[in-house]
Design a binder for this molecule. Structure first.
Ligand SMILES: Cc1cc2nc3c(=O)[nH]c(=O)nc-3n(C[C@H](O)[C@H](O)[C@H](O)COP(=O)(O)OP(=O)(O)OC[C@H]3O[C@@H](n4cnc5c(N)ncnc54)[C@H](O)[C@@H]3O)c2cc1C
Length: 412
């Protein structure tokens, strides 16, 4: 039986491990802290089939300096981190044009358009099905002018056949009373989904993987290589492990592990936060992107999770006050009359490459080593399918999805 090691047990790694196991491989899943201990724990839980627009939309370059000065705006930057960030930022902001946005949509569409059915296929027979819900995904605009200003995004979604309807905030308030009087305009996208507890979902999938004979190892990966006979070797703080293939799914932490291969990985953490309202007296019906604050509100098991913010401050800095204050401010004005027991906050790291597309595929010259990371804001949405793609690349030597937009060498 051929062996594969999957390094990193977020949604991408766990999906990869399960699909490989189903394809008949002996799989070992390695994580330094265990399943869903990274970004996959605290995301907004939205299965965003309409996720076709990057952060780098046209107009951002002009708006960004004003956003950084406005404490209620969702963009943050740690001044001391700026010199390190600058090369990334220059390239990243260079993508704020219509042509690159269209390339992004073309690249992401195959990973996100069928997200709900991909998650259902992944979770089938695992016990994790209970976390998947079919729902609408809404975008709430406090001012109709802001909706009109977002025309590029909605035109693009229309082109990609996203099914949505635009309604007055008052009309939507009748459907989802918690939002009554909160928005001028709401756009409701159908055929979306949500995960009612993203961390527990990934952990349930990992439990199933182990119950089916998969091995889970707690170890920190420090290096990987392919030896002259083609064997794939993973080096960890607990020793070396060998296999026929390795898939590297360590999210935003993947960059230093790839440096030795000469692969350029222009990736930064787009830090994000969540605040949860525990045991609220009323829940929203659907997930809602609060456009003014760029955070998503999702009803979850026993709580409402409000997750968003884009902060550039690197991987080492801990939680910072200003983004949490901004999120709190928006939550307070949205749910001022809502009673709940307590709040919990969390910081997470979205893996963002300059073109906002992931790196999925084998490493040129080391064909038994594979990468799958860099899904930025859409790793939960695209993670189930990405695992399936890696499994197909390994077991069938090719995938039904064209992986050329995600090539590991595309920045060299
Ligand atoms: C606030 C916020 C809201 C979000 N909302 C959504 C949403 O609604 N929908 C959506 O689709 N996406 C959302 N995302 C993005 C999504 O969460 C991520 O893209 C996704 O979780 C990335 O998954 P991953 O498996 O690649 O990485 P991770 O979940 O980060 O997993 C990587 C794993 O690798 C392990 N690891 C790292 N380094 C090592 C090492 N050296 N050795 C061993 N193990 C290692 C870590 O412990 C971790 O478990 C959100 C993100 C944030 C921050």
């Amino acid at each position: 039986m051929e062996q594969v090691i999957v390094a990193g047990a977020g949604i991408v790694g766990v999906s990869t491990a399960i699909w490989l196991q189903r394809a008949g491989y002996k799989v070992t899943l390695v994580d330094r802290q265990g399943p869903a201990s990274g970004t996959s724990h605290g995301n907004a839980g939205v299965l965003a089939a309409s996720g076709l627009t990057p952060v780098t939309m046209p107009g951002l370059v002009k708006k960004a300096p004003f956003m950084l000065l406005d404490k209620f705006s969702p963009l943050f930057l740690r001044a001391g981190y700026f010199p390190r960030l600058l090369p990334f930022l220059a390239e990243y902001l260079g993508k704020c044009n219509y042509e690159d946005v269209r390339l992004y949509a073309k690249g992401m569409a195959p990973l996100v358009h069928d997200t709900v059915s991909q998650h259902r296929a992944l979770a089938k027979g695992t016990g994790a099905e209970q976390f998947i819900e079919d729902t609408d995904y809404c975008f709430g605009y406090a001012d109709n002018q802001d909706f009109l200003a977002d025309a590029i995004a909605w035109d693009l979604r229309r082109e990609w056949n996203v099914d949505f309807d635009v309604m007055a905030g008052k009309a939507y308030g009748k459907i989802d009373p918690i939002y009554d009087g909160k928005f001028a305009t709401v756009v409701r996208c159908s055929q979306h989904g949500r995960i009612s507890d993203p961390g527990a979902y990934v952990q349930a999938l990992a439990k199933h993987f182990e119950a089916e004979g998969g091995q889970l190892e707690l170890a920190t990966v420090t290096d990987l290589r392919q030896d002259s006979s083609g064997r794939a070797i993973l080096i960890t703080d607990k020793g070396e492990m060998g296999a026929d293939k390795i898939a590297l799914t360590t999210g935003v932490w993947s960059k230093p592990l790839l440096q030795k291969f000469g692969i350029r990985v222009p990736m930064e953490s787009e830090r994000g936060y969540h605040i949860e309202l525990v045991n609220p007296e009323l829940y929203p019906k659907n997930s809602m992107m609060v456009v003014g604050g760029k955070f998503a509100v999702t009803p979850m098991n026993g709580r409402i999770r409000c997750a968003g913010v884009v902060e550039f401050a690197g991987l080492e800095a801990g939680k910072r006050e200003a983004p949490l204050k901004m999120l709190s401010h928006h939550i307070q004005s949205l749910f001022s009359e809502l009673n709940y027991d307590s709040q919990i906050d969390w910081l997470g790291h979205r893996p963002a490459l300059v073109d906002s597309l992931p790196m999925i595929g084998s490493i040129t010259g080391n064909e038994n080593l594979f990468t799958a990371f860099g899904h930025q804001h859409l790793g939960l949405t695209g993670g189930a399918k990405t695992g399936r793609i890696i499994s197909e690349l390994i077991s069938q030597d090719g995938s039904s999805v064209d992986v050329s937009p995600y090539h590991t060498n595309r920045f060299n």
